[in-house]
Design a binder for this molecule. Structure first.
Ligand SMILES: C[S@@+](CC[C@H](N)C(=O)[O-])C[C@H]1O[C@@H](n2cnc3c(N)ncnc32)[C@H](O)[C@@H]1O
Length: 219
């Protein structure tokens, strides 16, 4: 059960809830959606800007308008907001929470919306549809994006495209679910499906926590 459904915004942003169900996790976002953007601003959440900046380093300004991006766990659209400032236009959202998606829709941030979960099973989206996948803050409690969904991300990317992911560093070091993430990333590289372009640990994913960001190129 969630410890912090009615807790303060710090607890919400930095929650690590063990053993929650997908339903509980989604209920958490349903009740948070309308104040999510304001809370993130107050708490100095820099993840979306970091991800967008990393994506912008991969493409020249004149290429950006036509780059096809899928933002996984799009939430209210904070990543798209930052990408648009940098000249990216063709951004689609994949997000299971209707309430979070509604906030993104109100702001008109994405060209297309997929209301679905990303898991190890195939989504409704055809293979090789995108140049880039972004995922920011998509690893949280146990009921967020599973580690094995990396393989579905790879399926959705054109050969030569990129996957840029960021989260709180503590999650991949300590959390029972997500400590398997980096070993799986390495394993996928050993199997020749992608190659690591960068891995950065950085201060202030939000005001209290360090972040980690990976960029992989799909082969
Ligand atoms: C902390 S929010 C991050 C939202 C946005 N990317 C940002 O940085 O503000 C995590 C989001 O992941 C979504 N999510 C949870 N499980 C998911 C899954 N299996 N597939 C896709 N999105 C998921 C949640 O509904 C929530 O909107």
């Amino acid at each position: 059960m969630y410890r912090n459904m009615s807790g303060n915004e710090w607890e919400r942003l930095n929650s690590v809830n063990i053993g929650v169900s997908v339903e509980e996790s989604q209920e958490f976002y349903r009740t948070w959606a309308d104040s999510y953007n304001k809370d993130c601003e107050k708490l100095g959440y820099t993840g979306p800007k970091k991800v967008a900046t990393r994506v912008s380093e991969l493409f020249s300004e004149c290429e950006r308008e036509n780059i096809r991006i899928l933002d996984v766990g799009a939430g209210t659209g904070l990543v798209a907001m930052e990408l648009k400032k940098l000249g990216f236009e063709c951004i689609h959202a994949l997000e299971p929470s209707e309430s979070m998606l509604l906030e993104a829709m109100k702001a008109g941030l994405y060209k297309k919306y997929f209301k679905e979960f990303l898991t190890e099973s195939p989504t409704t989206i055809p293979a090789g549809s995108y140049d880039i996948i972004t995922g920011c803050g998509i690893y949280g409690d146990d009921a967020h994006v599973p580690c094995e969904a990396l393989l579905e991300m790879i399926r959705l990317i054109k050969p030569g495209g990129y996957i840029v992911l960021a989260t709180r560093n503590e999650l991949v070091q300590n959390n029972e679910t997500y400590k398997h993430l980096e070993p799986l990333m390495d394993n996928i590289e050993t199997n020749g499906k992608w190659k690591k372009v960068s891995r950065d640990v950085f201060p202030r994913f939000n005001l209290k926590k360090d972040g980690i960001m990976w960029c992989y190129q799909v082969l």
